[in-house]
Design a protein around this ligand. Structure first.
Ligand SMILES: Nc1ncnc2c1ncn2[C@@H]1O[C@H](COP(=O)(O)OP(=O)(O)OP(=O)(O)O)[C@@H](O)[C@H]1O
Ligand SMILES: [Mg+2]
Length: 485
């Protein structure tokens, strides 16, 4: 079903077209001349315009021009009584989709309208896809203003247009694949395929056939010959992810391909030229693997022509804010939930977290917080960090202090809260130490005189055991000896 604008100065012609088109399920709007048609085109969107050529107030070409200026995906079909060849050619040259003559044959009009609306649908779908792709490309933007990430972006810019092999290293979730895709997108190969293979996810024998293809009968089950990923990536980029996991045999074959630019399918002696740029990535220390004789040194040097090292997120906390802001925005769009800013307290909580899963983990945390959180901003309690994760701690506690702080409201009286916290901790330590001040002081990392002062300040004397009763055990702890006065 299409929405069609019928333009003709003859009322009888408009009516009969209207009846015919409606019978086919189309929506029809009529205009009795050029002026009215232009008015309607300004206000409404049409899939097809079916217009007469010569009308008292102008010509079909005026309408064609207006349509093209406004929305060139709308298809214009001429239906004219003066069907000269010259006019037909002229109309088509101006971009008309079809040219029909009166008196019309209903089937001919029906077929023309069908083709015209199909063209419109295809063009619009293409526009929509382009927008999606543009959006996706934007989503692939590499974020972060830390010196490390700026250097990575600069390096990508310089290496992308070359054909150099690049080795991307970094912990899991640091953005290795993101970088590989950015290199491809910014290369002269951008319009050709980008093919990624995770070398760790394929068995040793299968990997060779995946990469290089195989001939029929090359191994059990190879009932057809098949091309491999090197051939599929011809003129494009092949991304070898987790390259450290390649078997020695596959490493040897890969080295030969990189050196010669030719592949041999498994089970074939025929060589085929391929033009493929190789990018590789690993979360391992590949140089160390070379030292341990687990990875070929010659292949290492072939792959690491340009090395790009991605720092773990915990080493660039200055990137957190931008990552949170941009990723929240994107996630909210994708998940169709309202986007929310991250509060200062939540940001601080994240800054103290180790992020073993790096940016991927941050993304997951944000996603959960955006979906489940209820406050106007993302607050510390919206981020449930794994309790056994080794958070940055300036002293004891292994992240427990941060976890505790995360549960407290942020609109509190800081001085009073700290004092109450201090009193609670001292009281608990004294109880655990059965009132022995030296033991409680050791637990708290305080000198005994400091503890004595605080016990007095917080009126906790009732928790202190009688000195005489403790005399035997009230001795400085070896580790605390220096601090005990
Ligand atoms: N600097 C960055 N800016 C924006 N998004 C990033 C950045 N780094 C990583 N990401 C995002 O984090 C996620 C993980 O990135 P990617 O898959 O590239 O990591 P990886 O290093 O290949 O991880 P793995 O070793 O586990 O395969 C992706 O969603 C990616 O878009
Ligand atoms: Mg990856």
């Amino acid at each position: 079903m299409a929405k069609i604008l019928v333009v003709d100065d003859e009322a009888g012609m408009r009516r009969i077209l209207d009846v015919n088109l409606r019978r086919d399920g189309h929506v029809v709007v009529q205009a009795e001349g050029v002026a009215q048609a232009l008015e309607l085109l300004k206000r409404e969107d049409f899939d097809v315009v079916l217009t007469d050529q010569k009308m008292p107030d102008g010509s079909g070409l005026d309408i064609l021009r207006a349509v093209h200026a406004d929305d060139p995906t709308t298809s214009v079909v001429f239906l004219t009584a003066v069907g000269t060849l010259e006019l037909a050619v002229e109309s088509m040259r101006h971009g008309a989709f079809d040219f029909l003559t009166k008196p019309f044959v209903p089937d001919v009009v029906r077929a023309a309208i069908g083709r015209a609306s199909e063209r419109t649908a295809l063009l619009r779908e293409n526009e929509a896809l382009k927008t999606t792709v543009r959006k996706l490309e934007g989503a692939d933007e590499i974020l972060g203003q830390s010196a490390g990430m700026c250097a990575v972006r600069e390096l990508i810019g310089r290496v992308a247009p070359t054909n150099s092999t690049v080795l991307i290293t970094g912990e899991t979730g640091t953005g290795k694949e993101l970088v590989a895709r950015a290199i491809h997108r910014n290369s002269l190969r951008a319009s050709k395929p980008f093919i990624a293979i995770n070398c760790a996810a394929v068995t040793e024998t299968l990997l060779e056939s995946e990469l290089f293809g195989h001939e029929r009968g090359a191994f059990t089950g190879a009932d057809k010959s098949r091309s491999g990923l090197f051939e599929a990536a011809h003129e494009g980029t092949l991304f070898l992810d987790e390259v450290a996991e390649m078997s020695p045999a596959a490493q040897a074959k890969l080295l030969r391909v990189l050196a010669s630019g030719e592949i041999q399918r498994v089970g074939s002696t025929v060589t085929r030229k391929v033009n493929v740029r190789v990018l590789a990535a690993t979360h391992r220390n590949l140089k160390e693997r070379v030292r341990q004789a687990l990875f070929r040194e010659d292949l290492y040097y072939r792959l690491a022509v340009v090395p790009i090292q991605l720092a773990p997120l915990r080493e660039r906390p200055e990137d957190l804010e931008e990552l949170c802001r941009s990723m929240s925005h994107r996630i909210a769009e994708e998940m169709k939930v309202p986007t929310r800013q991250i509060s200062q307290a939540a940001l601080e909580k994240l800054e103290h977290y180790e992020f073993p899963g790096n940016v991927r983990e941050l993304r997951n945390l944000l996603e959960r917080a955006l979906i489940l959180g209820k406050s106007p901003e993302l607050e510390p309690e919206d981020f449930i960090l794994p309790s056994n994760a080794s958070a940055h701690t300036s002293g004891a506690g292994n992240g427990k202090v941060e976890a505790l702080a995360a549960q407290l409201p942020t609109d509190l009286d800081l001085r009073e809260t700290l004092m109450r916290l201090e009193r609670c901790l001292i009281a608990r330590s004294l109880e655990l130490a059965k009132g022995v001040q030296a033991e409680a002081a050791r637990r708290l990392g305080l000198s005994r005189s400091d503890l004595g002062y605080k016990v007095g300040k917080y009126q906790l004397g009732g928790l202190v055991a009688e000195r005489s009763a403790n005399a035997a055990i009230d001795r400085p702890h070896p580790e605390q000896a220096s601090s005990i006065s």
